[in-house]
Design a protein around this ligand. Sequence first.
Ligand code: ZN
Length: 441
Amino acid sequence: MRPFLDQARDLLARLVAIPTVSAEGRGLEEGARAVAESLEALGLRVEVVFGYGAPVVFAEGGEGEKRLLFYNHYDVQPPDPLELWESDPFRLEERQGAWYGRGSSDDKGEFVARVMALALFKEAHGFLPRVAFVVEGEEEVGSPHLESFVASFADRLRAEAIFWESGGVDAQDRPVAYAGLKGILAVQLRAKTAAYDLHSSYGAVVENPLYRLSRALASLRSEEGRVLIPGFYDRVRPLTPAEQEALEGIPDESEALRRAFGVQGFLGGVQGAEFYKKLLTEPCLNINGLHGGYQGAGSKTVLPASAFAKLDFRLVPDQEPEEVLTLLKRHLEAQGFHDLEVVPLEAGERPARSDLTHPFFALVRRALEEVYGVKPILYPNMAGSGPMHPFLHHLKAPAVGLGVGYPGSRVHSPNEHIRVRDFERGSLAILRVLERFFLGR
Ligand SMILES: [Zn+2]
């Protein structure tokens, strides 16, 4: 094993051992301190910033006219269910060429790869390139304070381009980079039709909240998955030729996914470029959960007083979570559902997509091809969400997701891991991006 991998494993082991579970508020200050120390050891000036929820680690330094910014997070998802882990989630373990532990991929492994790429750069070229880091501790709970942090620190975050938190290879071992994320709005709907649960015989004369809620839910989406709320698509930005071309360049894995998921077919029967267009660049509405009434064993004849549904909207540029909430409320009123209570569950995140024609993407593509020996795949957007919008908005710079994971990394699940070989190639790819950017070669 090369010494840089030994060093990387030591740092990753140290970070994984701190249970930085943001959902439970555990270990966050200790995690921030450990991240700060590893950045100080590189030679960066580091501040642990308080006042924006969990401490934010901000670091800057190095030499050069231009600057690159790294975004990462030190918090992790809860390790539950613990019994499904083959080793302690908070102790890094190496098995069959992979490093296991909570956060080994998302996002501590990604962070360590960046630290190692900078250390390798310094060793090879005798100086540290001009970079900055923002490492937050609330990503796994929706980054509720990051937007205000980025707004207040905007002048100190200026950079030509941003490395987003993660990336890696696809199932065929091809490197993947991405340029945007969807936004999200999560809401709860409640139908309440009586002061308390009634004997089900009153069903003859009293409205049932589950029926009422079901009718409201049915009015929101067509069978093909099209959202039926008036105005919902008005702000969807048409795809540019570069975005369309990137979509067409994504190898079609839809059939393999269909089989792996055990689904009959995809909504609207899409496949190939249409599948990726729908998945990555169109908004959607999901019901995450629906409950109310008796769910226990056997039968209980009851007319429940209330029923609930949790929904999420995945949004694309330039939709706004707040505006979608207003449109949803207006639609429900217009359909006669003025009695339904609509409660947003989180602040929501705005969608983001970088300009694919920015020269940084061409540079990243060349660097990836050099390290992996195959043409990389560029996703104009990922289907998931994250706090990319404030960075793009305030810094007017593109963001690209690059990293060390693979589709089997079990991010957020038991036995999360990264393959050491992916870590090595992912670190070297970041090193090559830095060399091409700062040295022009
Ligand atoms: Zn993450």
